[in-house]
Design a protein around this ligand. Structure first.
Ligand SMILES: [Fe+2]
Ligand SMILES: [Fe+2]
Length: 253
């Protein structure tokens, strides 16, 4: 939970940057919508922490850092246009698949341990991630890659490469889709779709958080004093987000 809590907080920034760099209006809107959903997911996670009786804390997630680094590279590598749109879809779908896997496991563990209310929260978020993945597939198979093919030779080749990468991921997703969920609740999904989640403004996103004396946390950390400083600093151009950590300290991003 600490891992995905960290990931979601970073993703709010990343989605803003992706929206800012998207050319296709439908893709831009998809990123903004999911940014809004992601903020809602952070609240849901905080509720889950509360149901488990533990304070919400973030723990550095190397996986999401790596995926977002890749996404940043795409943005730096491609000029704005259909080629970059296609590349960002690839990056975003990799993130969605990571989240789908994480929330699927968390849901199952919570269910097995008898935390049905927590399992329901995880399943609701997993469904949002899955819906986003499917929407990105629709966009990839629709207008974006067709436009990418019409761009200059260089960009067209890049887009084809990105599309090929995406196609492989999409097929994996379909094969791995969990269709056995016993949950039908979709709380929040439609609400989030209505939100615009605009996050304008440039800043350096920095989250300094989690200082804990919890022995479990100390075991996770390199630092022997139990303190864990997490700095979130990449993919920050998408905007500013006000917030504070649940330790009561302002999240300085
Ligand atoms: Fe998420
Ligand atoms: Fe997501």
């Amino acid at each position: 939970m600490k891992d995905i809590y960290y990931a979601e907080k970073k993703l709010t920034k990343a989605l803003g940057k992706m929206a800012k760099n998207a050319t296709e209006p439908k893709l831009k809107q998809a990123f903004l919508t999911h940014q809004s959903q992601t903020e809602d997911q952070i609240s849901k996670l905080e509720k889950a922490f509360g149901l488990l009786g533990v304070p919400p804390k973030a723990k550095k997630c190397a996986a999401i850092d790596g995926l977002l680094e890749e996404s940043n590279e795409h943005i730096e590598e491609y000029a704005k246009g259909a080629g970059l749109d296609a590349a960002m879809i690839v990056g975003a779908q990799k993130v969605e698949h990571y989240e789908i896997a994480a929330y699927g496991s968390m849901r199952s563990f919570a269910r097995t341990l008898g935390y049905g209310d927590v399992a329901l929260i995880f399943e609701q978020i997993r469904e949002q991630e899955s819906d986003t993945d499917e929407l990105l597939t629709v966009l990839a198979e629709g207008v974006i890659n067709l436009k990418a093919e019409g761009e200059t030779e260089d960009v067209s080749e890049s887009a084809k490469s990105a599309a090929a990468e995406h196609k492989a991921g999409s097929e994996d997703s379909e094969a791995g889709e969990d269709s056995s969920s016993s949950y039908s609740g979709r709380e929040g999904g439609d609400d989030a779709l209505a939100g615009d989640g605009m996050m304008n403004g440039d800043d350096d996103a920095t989250i300094d958080e989690e200082t804990t004396n919890n022995p479990d946390d100390m075991a996770d950390d390199d630092a022997s004093n139990g303190e864990e400083d997490i700095v979130i600093s990449s993919l920050t151009d998408g905007g500013d987000r006000e917030g504070e950590s649940e330790t009561g300290e302002p999240m300085g991003y």
